[in-house]
Write a protein that binds this ligand. Sequence first.
Ligand code: NAD
Length: 482
Amino acid sequence: MNRDPLVPLVASPLRHYINGGWETGATTGVSLNPSDLDDPVGEYVRADVRQTDMAIEAAHAAFREWSLGSAQRRADALDAIGSEMLARRDELGRLLAREVGKTLPDALTEATRAGQIFKLCAAEAMRAFTEPVASARAGVEIDVTREPLGVVGIIAPWSAPLAVAAAKIGAALAHGNCVVFKPAESTPACAAALASIISRAGLPAGVFNLVMGSGRQVGARIAAHPLTAAISFTGSAETGTRVLQAAVARQVRVQLEMGGKNPFVVLADADLEGAVEAALSGAYGATGQRSTAAARLIVEGAVFEPFVDALQAKLARLSIDHALKHGTDMGPVANAAQLERNLDYVRIGQQEGAQLLRGGRQLERATRGYFFEPALFIGEPEHRVAREEIFGPIAVVLRADDYDHALHLANDTAYGLCAGICTRSLNRARHFRRHVHSGLVTINLPTTAVEHHAPGGGRKASAYGATDSAFWSAVKTAYVAG
Ligand code: NAD
């Protein structure tokens, strides 16, 4: 493992990593710093279909040796990646804060988590086992084993570029697969930093490949290529549908982890201060750009006004500024398209009659960036701002008559990623946990308070396919007579 801080994590232009070498691309783009558009992160290269094919073919060629190699070799490589990430978490955290606009503490947390995920995957690599099944016949043994899939295409979003990539790349490699990784277009530096660390972990050429570029060209080609044996996608439901169609057309394994419009219920018996704090962090933390963000706050009538007043007061105290500035509570919106989307939805909310209590404007700061004042609406369940995923610091409060009404509102959504409730009633908490239609549920915690070593879950438009470790390998049942 190379811990030498003199080895730069990234050098401009940021290049693809294909078949064990750094490659230039067909065209170039620039990765911007959303806190300061005059301080770009770096130039990066963009692949075309031909170069995407080269990466997939390299991964395919490397698969046999890698998949038949020892579990210890995989574990050692993953452990080395995790160790270097943890040793360089400050560099990674600063890079992430610059490229995505997460505050430095948030970015350091993600960088640390990403390193820990690789360590966890290293342990996972050693855990493959054979499961015996009793045979109905004397003298016959039945063993169930799991085998690697082949080339796994990994398509990632910009919102958690280190943690999402770590979880998918780590799991794919731990189970003996080869990887072609396509990050979001706006996070090439985080991807190149990760690839740089992976390149020093002793993997055979072709086992891990990074290809940067557009979703329409690179992402679509990965999903459609005949040698891609499985696709792991994280991103919006709209793009997920396209990826699913490509996978179904070839009948290959696919995993989609998509968006949410997550409900957070506050009952009249809740610890109100704790509930407001959990709503603030769940709805607005990381500039609201988390799939688990609680964008629908469903509050029982008796505490509606005090809840709304307390949340507004907390929002008024947030410092929204450069992600690397000490004391910043909320960094900028990550990119121009997302800023435009936030402003559009503020207009839509007002046009539909939702009451904008505060925020919703672009802000000016000392540096030129995508700063946005977090918005709070009071709305009705049918408003688009209460139904569609915005993926920004915009929350809508809905009034609930009682617990049953709150549960009904919580489930009245096309999505099913996560849901939270604040209550002191054990009965209500247990009922909600059982009857809310989501893959993740939190009780007296923000909806975002989830951990990466537990399965992700997700239902309805939020997920498709296995989202646990079963995705990364295929079952083989052997019948053996002596
Ligand atoms: P997106 O859907 O726009 O893009 C995701 C990825 O798909 C990018 O790499 C993009 O380049 C690629 N892509 C675009 N078009 C493609 C195509 N036709 N074929 C193949 N790939 C294509 O999403 P985004 O804006 O990057 O990320 C935000 C979304 O991600 C939100 O909806 C958020 O909820 C979701 N998300 C979900 C989770 C989760 O765990 N469920 C985690 C993080 C983010």
